[in-house]
Design a protein around this ligand. Structure first.
Ligand code: SF4
Length: 216
C-alpha cells in the first residue's frame, strides 16, 4: 500500500502527488499525530513517531512504543531503549545519528492492577500503520535498516519471514541497500537466565558491529 493511498485512508492531506516532492519526516510526524487509522489511538497518550536526524543512514525499526515511550512521546526511551543504547555504544554506533521508529506508532496495552502491560499488535493494526513506516523509509532513504523483532521484520519483509532463521543475515530487499533483522532488545529483559541474557546481548552487539562496518 503506497503512502499516498494510505494517507488518503487516514484522511491526511500531506499525500504527495505523482512528481511532487515527498513529504518530509517533520510533515509526516505532524500528520501522524492525529492519525485514527486503527483503534489504538483511543487508549494511548499520543502517537509515538520515529525520531532521529533526517540525514540518518541507519534506521532501526521496533514493534511498538511501550509505557515509557507512550508517556514521553519518543521511541526507545524505556528499559528496552536503554539496553539498545548500551548495545549501540558497544558496537561503536552513535545513537544521535540513528533514526529509530516502530512498526506501530501507538501503545497497545492491557491493564494489570495499576500497570499497563504491553499487548502485541494484531495484523490489522500493523497493516493500518504500515503506510507511516513506508513513508518514513521513503523520506529517510536509509543505507541500512535493522528490524528489531518479529513484528518489525514481518511488517517489512513479509509474514513468512522468521527472525529465528535469518537473524543477523543481510536480506536482499528493495527497502534499502542493506537490511538485517535481529531480536528486539525487550526479549532480553524477559530472559531470566543471566548467562543466556549476556550471550544474547553480545550477539546483538556483534550484529550491530557488522552494521557499523557497513556505515563506514
Ligand atoms: S497505530 Fe498507526 S494506524 Fe493506528 S492510529 Fe496509531 S498511527 Fe494510526
Amino acid at each position: 500500500m503506497s503512502p499516498r493511498r494510505a494517507h488518503g485512508i487516514h484522511g491526511k492531506t500531506i499525500a504527495s502527488r505523482r512528481g511532487a516532492p515527498r513529504p518530509t519526516l517533520t510533515a509526516l510526524r505532524q500528520a501522524a499525530a492525529s492519525c485514527t487509522g486503527c483503534d489504538l489511538y483511543k487508549n494511548a497518550t499520543q502517537t509515538v513517531f520515529g525520531a532521529g536526524p533526517a540525514t540518518a543512514r541507519l534506521m532501526l525499526v521496533g514493534e511498538q512504543p511501550g509505557d515509557a515511550e507512550d508517556r514521553a512521546g519518543l521511541p526507545f526511551v524505556g528499559p528496552a531503549g536503554r539496553l539498545l543504547d548500551r548495545a549501540l555504544v558497544e558496537a561503536g554506533i552513535d545513537r544521535s545519528l540513528v533514526y529509530v521508529t516502530n512498526a506501530v506508532k501507538h501503545f497497545k496495552w492491557v491493564q494489570r492492577g495499576k500497570r499497563r502491560l504491553h499487548a502485541k499488535p494484531g495484523s490489522r493494526e500493523i497493516e493500518a500503520c504500515h503506510p507511516w513506516l513506508e513513508a518514513e523509509i521513503a523520506a529517510l532513504a536509509p543505507a541500512v535498516i535493522v528490524c528489531l523483532g518479529a513484528t518489525a521484520a514481518q511488517a517489512l519483509l513479509g509474514r513468512a519471514f522468521r527472525v529465528t532463521q535469518h537473524r543477523g543475515a543481510l536480506i536482499p530487499s528493495t527497502l534499502a541497500p542493506h537490511v538485517m533483522a535481529t531480536i528486539h532488545p525487550s526479549s532480553l529483559l524477559r530472559e531470566p537466565d543471566k548467562a543466556r541474557r549476556e550471550a544474547e546481548f553480545a550477539r546483538i552487539v556483534a550484529e550491530l558491529r557488522r552494521i557499523a562496518a557497513l556505515l563506514l
